[in-house]
Design a protein around this ligand. Structure first.
Ligand code: GLU
Length: 434
């Protein structure tokens, strides 16, 4: 089909109103635009792939413990399912928005394509503050959200997983609600569930482990050895704390970590295992941990270290912070932590950025293993999960690296090129159903 750049219709995502600078959907699209031009993507494909195929908004009534009914807003966005059933987590947060979920769903599409798992991309969100809700309220919210989306979810259709503020227990409630409606136990409808319900060994640590694997792969490329590398990690949740621990076990010195309560620094290295235990015993945060010096968020991000792992949330590294970054490698454990206007600055400074859609893909990779195991009814050893995860992450890293070299672009644009190319090629072969 003939192709012309000038017919890309960017109004598709910029109108009726231009997107805010810190809108994650804009952050996704700015990179998508660059990759689309490199790929000479058919303008019709461009228009199709920058929109979600479906968006769902649901009002979720919940009887609170007081007896009052409160109504929460929930989202599920299917960005694309050309490569297979759509896949992606559900986040519970007071500030989650439709545009954020749309961006996160698109990132799932590219992420699955980059690591070569046969899924499309999706994401869900519920506007709520789980810290202020009782377990009973959270259960009722989760079950009603699942019931509202019962026709959307399914092991062959759309498969949720944990994301920010959701966990194994919430996945178990989704499994149970879905199974009650289908009149049979459907454990492949959700991943990241407890091992006793058909979850996979190694799923919980998978994102952090994937972060470690690509970090070591990047060190190999730059001729760095873990023993000589210092690390700072922003975020001490499921991704950041495990990445910190595994990097430390690999020989790196983790000098700083942070969570919502602030940053913690120790020049000779923090005791990450002790900090993880502390968090478990202190309501999920590092508040009051006194075996370290304190640090602001900005000081952590601009610390003199070799490896920086932003593993908290979106939009943490703007142009200003990027100018002051001292690390040689940035490994994006979170989705969308770097704003588009920081990309060029980091590139010019020669910082190697391992982008989110590659760096944090370990989670969805083991979700894929979990789905495969559920469908086979045959469960793997933890060692086998780890080996396969490492192999897939290493392969993806090398392929992204080569694609970036081939087009003389950053690893981020290399990863977008790889992901979009794969989906566009599948779309071309499938054709447009009429
Ligand atoms: N929420 C994770 C992510 O952003 C995992 C998604 C999944 O396993 O489906 O990649």
């Amino acid at each position: 089909m003939p192709f012309k750049f000038d017919v890309y219709d960017r109004s598709v995502y910029r109108e009726p109103a231009p997107l805010d600078r810190d809108d994650p959907f804009r952050s996704m699209m700015e990179r998508f635009d660059i990759a689309a031009e490199i790929l000479e993507l058919n303008p019709g494909f461009y228009e199709y792939l920058c929109r979600p195929t479906r968006t769902h908004i649901t009002s979720i009534p919940v009887v609170m413990d007081t007896g009052h009914i409160k109504v929460f807003e929930g989202y599920r966005v299917i960005h694309n399912n050309v490569l297979g059933p759509s896949k992606g987590g559900i986040r519970y947060a007071p500030d989650v928005s439709m545009n954020e979920v749309k961006a996160l769903a698109a990132w799932m599409t590219w992420k699955c394509a980059v690591v070569d798992v046969p899924f499309g991309g999706a994401k869900g969100g519920v506007v709520c503050n789980p810290r202020e809700m009782s377990p009973g309220e959270l259960e009722r919210l989760t079950r009603r959200y699942t019931a509202d989306l019962i026709d959307v979810f399914g092991p062959d259709k759309d498969i949720p997983a944990p994301d920010m503020n959701t966990n194994e227990q919430i996945m178990a409630w989704i499994l149970d609600t879905y199974s009650m409606h289908s009149r049979r136990t459907e454990n492949a409808v959700v991943t990241g569930k407890p091992v006793g319900l058909g979850g996979s060994k190694g799923r919980q640590e998978a994102t952090g482990r994937g972060v470690m694997t690509v970090t070591l792969a990047a060190m190999d490329r730059l001729d760095l050895t873990p023993d000589d590398c210092t690390v700072a990690v922003q975020g001490f949740g499921n991704v950041g704390s495990i990445a910190a621990q595994l990097l430390q076990e690999s020989g790196c010195t983790v000098v700083a970590v942070s969570d919502v309560t602030g940053g913690y620094y120790r020049e000779d290295g923090l005791d990450i295992a002790a900090m993880r235990t502390y968090v478990q015993n202190h309501d999920g945060t590092l508040d009051g941990y006194d075996q370290a010096e304190s640090l602001t968020n900005e000081e952590l991000l601009t610390l003199d270290c070799d490896i920086l792992v932003p593993a908290a949330k979106e939009d943490q590294i703007d142009a200003e912070i990027a100018r002051n970054i001292d690390a040689r490698i940035i490994v994006e454990g979170a989705n969308g932590p770097t704003m588009p206007d920081a990309d060029d600055i980091l590139n010019e400074k020669g910082v190697l950025v391992i982008p989110d859609i590659l760096a944090n893909a370990g989670g969805v990779t083991v979700s894929y293993f979990e789905w495969v195991q559920d469908r086979q009814g045959y469960f793997w050893t933890e060692e086998s999960v780890r080996d396969r995860l490492e192999q897939m992450m290493r392969t993806a890293f090398e392929r992204v690296y080569e694609t970036a070299e081939e087009h003389d672009v950053s690893l981020r644009i290399g990863a977008y090129v790889m992901g979009i190319r794969k989906v566009a090629e599948a779309l071309r072969i499938r054709g447009i159903y009429a």
